[in-house]
Design a protein around this ligand. Structure first.
Ligand SMILES: O=P(O)(O)OC[C@H]1O[C@H](OP(=O)(O)OP(=O)(O)O)[C@H](O)[C@@H]1O
Ligand SMILES: O=c1cc[nH]c(=O)[nH]1
Ligand SMILES: [Mg+2]
Length: 212
């Protein structure tokens, strides 16, 4: 498993505004969208390409294009939905699947309420979108769903990670899965309710203004 913590002044600035409890949902959504596009530049560094013959106005040449199979983008509902445009803006040809998962506030165990994934993902580069990697339960379950369908190359784009979640992934993830986590920051710890500290609160609620 590789973890890339992006060190860039724009990422740091936008993340600080996002974290601020005074930032309203409309600005929160805009900043999450901008941050994902900045992180996506790094997250898509290994997207598959192939040579292609093109004609410039001056001459012919061998250029580069994205190859098939198309990348698979999987936002984890609810909060992952706030990251979808930020990635598909850079990968307009990507296919999009969906997983809806929610953490029980007491047990922190994850249940799945929506699953719209193709049956066969073998050979596909998968990009999982979820702003928070806290205990890691959600991402571990998401990777298992994708791996069951044949996916091995998974990149997860998050805004914040907790060290506890990264440790859980190291210990529990199937070693056959080649996982890269791209994040704007690795925070300090989890609190007793499983929230990331200093964090940004509940990402779904911040994005959609709903207190579940
Ligand atoms: O690493 P974990 O401990 O699994 O926590 C991370 C998950 O918690 C939040 O989702 P939540 O369950 O609050 O649902 P929501 O996205 O609909 O708010 C967040 O969006 C992640 O999916
Ligand atoms: O801090 C946290 C932890 C889990 N899920 C969130 O949305 N925020
Ligand atoms: Mg929530």
């Amino acid at each position: 498993m590789r973890v890339l913590e992006i060190d860039h002044p724009l990422v740091a600035h936008k993340l600080s505004v996002l974290r601020n409890r005074a930032t309203h949902s409309s600005v929160f959504r805009q900043l999450a969208d901008e941050l994902v596009t900045l992180l996506a530049y790094e997250a898509t560094r290994n997207v598959a390409v192939a040579p292609v013959q093109i004609e410039t106005p001056v001459t012919t040449m061998t250029g580069t294009r994205l190859t098939n199979p198309k990348p698979m983008v999987v936002p984890i509902l609810r909060a992952g939905l706030g990251m979808l445009d930020g990635l598909t803006r850079l990968l307009p040809t990507a296919e999009v699947g969906f997983l809806g998962m929610v953490r029980n506030d007491e047990t922190l165990e994850v249940t799945t309420y929506a699953n719209r994934l193709p049956d066969d993902l073998s050979g596909r580069q998968c990009f999982v979108l979820d702003p928070m990697l806290a205990t890691g339960h959600t991402l571990i379950a998401s990777c298992e769903y994708l791996h069951e369908r044949g996916a091995k190359d998974i990149t997860c784009v998050t805004l914040l990670c907790a060290p506890e979640g990264l440790k859980a992934l190291e210990e529990q993830l199937d070693p056959a899965i080649d996982l890269t986590v791209v994040t704007a920051a690795i925070d300090e710890k989890l609190d007793e309710k499983g929230y990331i500290v200093p964090g940004l609160g509940d990402a779904g609620d911040r994005l959609f203004g709903v207190v579940d």
